[in-house]
Design a protein around this ligand. Sequence first.
Ligand code: KG4
Ligand code: ZN
Length: 344
Amino acid sequence: MALILGLESSCDETAAALVRDDRTILAHALAGQEAAHRPYGGVVPEIAARAHVEMLAPLIERALGEAGVGLDAVDAIAATAGPGLIGGVMVGLVTGKALAHACGKPLVAVNHLEGHALSPRLADPDLAFPYLLLLVSGGHCQLLFVEGVGRYRRLATTIDDAAGEAFDKTAKLLGLGFPGGPAVERAAAEGDARAVPLPRPLVGSDEPHFSFAGLKSAVLRARDAGTWAPEDIAASFQQAVVDCLIDRTTRAIDRADGATALVVAGGVAANQAVRGALAELARVSGLRFVAPPLWLCTDNAAMIAWAGAERFAAGLTDPLDTPARARWPLDPHAERARGAGVKA
Ligand code: KG4
Ligand code: ZN
């Protein structure tokens, strides 16, 4: 049985975890940076990188302490090598390389998106390849056909903003606070989802791609109209996002022949309205629905350790000169989405 130390530092969460390849999570330690970024209403890359430098080593010690093991018991060290904010990615990857070098252990350079993509298999031992994955986070909104470890076919992506980004911007526009996703969800619970007429960008279009920029502009116009309470705008916005996600995922199911399950991962998967609607879509489509527990949906190191365990088991380790990457698509063959901005 292999024991993997996982490190995560690609955005505003610093984390270390120890996970065995039999799915036992021995320890997971995490430090968020919400308070440091709150005054700016969003993640400041330089502040994030410094916080990772300060927090990562103590978190690794805490995880080892919780698990009651030393580094000698670890079989491989898995660190996020991208994509993400490059300063933070470098902190985690260099730390992983240093530990690997000092302890003579193999390094596994993990794509953060692969961490999200495989995390449902950590939570659910029965989840077999292939499956259709909706990956919805602050930086990404993609539909992926997951064929195996390291084998991803991207069926769709966003042509502008990610869904989580739309939640964060909406929270900012409505003055609901930071981080935006949970704040919008809380406000939406007090509002009427049918109150404000908002667009459903790309709904009904042939390719299952996403677009959320127009929705964000519509939220701004609704706010400035002064007609509706923030709670009603939040509820209507959340419903519009759910409608977009469901329509696009329905389209992708037609292109995911052989999928054993519909799976959701990434920070937005913590949203109960999103989870509920996807569970219902899976039911009517005759697919199993798998959603990791909430703490495993948002950024954490257990998913990086688990992706490391899956790669290690497949014989995939990486040299110590592996670069940190700000951009790193899971499917290198995916074509640019038509009409896409810079975030392909
Ligand atoms: O996966 P994640 O932790 O980090 C990235 O890799 O991006 O996702 C963070 C995103 C943020 O945009 C956050 O607002 C969103 O997930 N999020 C939510 C909820 N919790 C987190 N969005 C909607 N509802 C939530 N409850
Ligand atoms: Zn993430």
